[in-house]
Design a protein around this ligand. Sequence first.
Ligand SMILES: Nc1ncnc2c1ncn2[C@@H]1O[C@H](COP(=O)(O)OP(=O)(O)OP(=O)(O)O)[C@@H](O)[C@H]1O
Length: 528
Amino acid sequence: MKDLPGEWKDHQLTVALRIRPLNDAEIEEGATTVAHKIDNQMVVLMDPCEDADNVLRANRSREKTYMFDVAFDYAATQEDVYVATTKNLIDGVIAGYNATVFAYGPTGAGKTYTMLGLDSEPGIYIRTLNDLFTAIEDSTEDLNCSVYMSYIEIYNEMIRDLLNPSSGYLELREDAKGEIRIAGITEFSTCNAKEIMALLTKGNKLRTQESTAANKTSSRSHAILQVAVKQKSRVKDINEEVRVGKLFMVDLAGTERASQTQNRGKRMKEGAHINRSLLALANCINALSEKGGKGAQFVNYRDSKLTRLLKDALGGNSRTVMITHISPASSNFEESRNTLVYADKAKNIRNKVKRNLMNVSYHLAQYTSIISDLRSEIDRLRAKIDQQSQEQQKGEKAGICDIKAEVQEYSHGEMALLQEQLLSAFREQMEIRRSLMELENCNMELHIDTSRHLLTISDWERDRARARRVREVTEEKRDRGNVEEQESGPEEPQYVTAAREEIGPLLAEQRKTMEQKKKETHTGLEKL
Ligand SMILES: Nc1ncnc2c1ncn2[C@@H]1O[C@H](COP(=O)(O)OP(=O)(O)OP(=O)(O)O)[C@@H](O)[C@H]1O
């Protein structure tokens, strides 16, 4: 069924649960299985502290049943998980919808296994990309399609481009439409799955991964793979429809407790950052699950880079699937319980989704003027025929034939030539307009960022002056005019210093964009 363009539809977050098999370390330490899949949707978690032989089972409160959209245990294959969670999103992305799949859960619970997988057991990334390219190839629609890919990690609250690590740390920007963008991100345009897989493998090698007490190859960062599918009509028209569907695939760092993972030093600092992002994510899930209900709350996405980037995935314009992971082991009971509580809340999140359609219309002035020139030329020739036929009614047919031939020749030759010129003028104009529009957007984003920083600084300076004045008045009153040397006031917070530092580069970038815009406009005018 085709959706009407521009129509908003409700979409409830899909929440899946995957319980991985017990691992060797868990078996060695004598852990028992406490998480069981009951059926395709139901899971039960038993408290290992309870005495299973106690027939009275007096304390049943900590044995809890959870329902999800779909549940998997150790028997599920990578294909099973992919088909039930992600495969269905592909057609939507091609039709211009946004979609997000994210893996959530404690460290070592199997998130990277589900998303990336092994060479012998590929995960969701590879399966999705293969099916996406096949679906594009099989599409019968008359559309030109291009696929762009980017791959980043958020490590210690800093964004790194995994496809171009030399670009340093990247910044988040909000554009005029309120959409979050990563400034300076590398977007590879590819048209085959093999090429995209090579990029992904290269990027993965750069991902921050370390051995921790809980997982030998623990991912210390959140990794986000974004694939954008852009399509436009092959048939040239004065109105062109462009569709853009974006798919985010996110492998989050694991939730962890410092005491349990025995992390120290650098690992502990990472843990704090990982937890800051995941705490912000948990807060958003909490607030969103309450939204619309009695306890409707403000959703604060700004607390971490992760939540700012996942804003659309949570409560925005995206079909979203959350794949929650837990270990079945009794030794991980507490982590599993906490994870299940959040996954359960996430089921209440509702998104509003809409196809991303844009209309590019070309300037008609040039088109209209050429057509009117052609019309007057034809009128002139018609008038000439009429005039001549009146004058030479008797036997001067040859002359008329000459003029008729002239009209015909003009109509075919000149028309074809003019048509050709018209088309190429359109193409050039279209390119210039498109790049001007991009520069305009970029400039607007820079302007908004600069204003935001200036506002942050002036707010802070105003508060500081106010605090200083209050202190002075208090001191004056107490010392009856004998004012002691004043403190310089509170130390400037990090976010204000960061705002000051960012203004210079933002202004420089703004100047650069303006220069480029001038150049483009000049080239455009020369061509017209
Ligand atoms: N369903 C599964 N079947 C078989 N092995 C699994 C499964 N899930 C996870 N594993 C294995 O368990 C180990 C830990 O998994 P993985 O690295 O995917 O965890 P993680 O949740 O990504 O951890 P972290 O948050 O620390 O990165 C890996 O060796 C992985 O191969």
